[in-house]
Ligand binder design. Sequence first.
Ligand code: NAD
Length: 484
Amino acid sequence: MVSRVIPVDPFDLVIFGGTGDLARRKILPGLFRRFCAGQMPEGSQIIGAARSEMDDSEYREMVSDAVAEFGGGRTCEAGTLEAFLATVSYVTTDAKGDGGWVDLNGKMREDRVRAFYFSVGPSLFGDLAERLHRFGLATPESRIVVEKPFGHDLETAKALNATLAQHFDETQIYRIDHYLGKETVQNLMAVRFGNMLFEPLWNAQYVDHIQITVAETVGVGGRGAYYDHSGAMRDMVQNHLMQLLCLIAMEPPAKFDPNAVRDEKLKVIRALEPVDWHHIVRGQYGADENGQSYREDVEDPKSRTESFIAMKCHISNWRWAGTPFYLRTGKRLKARASEIAVVFKDAPHSIFGADAGRHRNVLAIRLQPNEGMTLDVTIKEPGPGGMRLLDVPLDMSFAEALGPDAEEATEAYERLIMDVIRGNQTLFMRGDEVEAAWAWTDPLIEGWQARNDVPKQYDPGSSGPEDALMLMHRDGRKWREVKA
Ligand code: NAD
């Protein structure tokens, strides 16, 4: 099996914020990997644009360092890095001033796909969009890529959408959620809609419940001030977890087409019921052995922001009425693991009697680490002495199933950038989806603020607060273990 590279047209890609953390860690190394794979056609160019004063050769040095540090150790033919760097240049550009824009325009070519990556804080989106037009860089076909956070609540998201809409059509706006670029997340759609096996069972009649877990071992790191203003609900649930939930819960779109897929996702978000506050557990990590706690990390001894959240949600539609979706995400947990588990109901009648115990099929889709899928099936425990049952996993990891091709698999950012160049918006969030997600989360946040809710403390390195375990136990269910 050889991985296939689908060609794209030659492009001019401008990265605003081209000297920033995201550009260095993800965007530039990702582009280099695509270059190595032969997917960056001749005549394409990458232009870094940011406030720092630097010339082309200094920027190329920065890009070279970023590739060495964050390129994932990819080995390419000798001379590839030099050839890649020859496509890279830099223009000092101020989003809030007029400096640099004429030079930037001078670099753009008529016959290229044009993409502008806004890898800067959202407060600059409006300035960038306006200047792209005023200085004649924006064409009807050009695309802009915008990063999360897309708003802080419904009001700010609407304002941001309105600002961008003044200058760009929705078909030109690519709101990135890198979770949607992950190989396994797309596999979710392949599993659901490419197999006969699962879809007939994919509903409240056969599914007992669904668990979505995104666990991190890291704390807030250097993002303390931003994170404390945001919290796990805004930083993770409103975007990543809800996107995963949509892909699991949506109806089959008529085709794999951007608006068909996004229409179905939107219907799921709109069908989410408000969550009862008893069904939300907020947590905050306490001190570790060095005395470092969340509050220390964010330098606010009174912070009430959650670094962990678990919740039970319901989707009011025919497919899912009565099947709960349990979502959970947090920092400083015992392992870095993201997983979606579809837990099927018990067989309606056990012919093996009560002694055989309770056995359930579980389809677990691992997003990280060791991307893959496991289906727990029930078999007979080997040996004489009657019929005892045992659950065993049918386990598939991409690394094993695809062999060396798995190493070639594209990372989320690379895939998504190539989709921008191709003009395919399927894996990007539409403005109405983002607003609907905020419309669901805002009242929950306002609710705990009005109640002066204090997050429950949990030990760093644990599975989260005790109350989160109780959320499941009360329903006679339990969380799957968080393990790497
Ligand atoms: P950063 O602070 O490291 O970089 C910001 C960049 O913007 C720098 O290149 C800076 O020169 C440029 N910039 C700032 N003001 C400017 C101005 N007036 N004119 C032109 N350029 C200006 O930030 P980052 O971590 O790279 O994040 C960029 C965006 O991506 C943010 O919106 C962030 O929330 C989002 N994001 C970042 C990550 C990440 O892993 N770093 C992940 C998801 C989303």
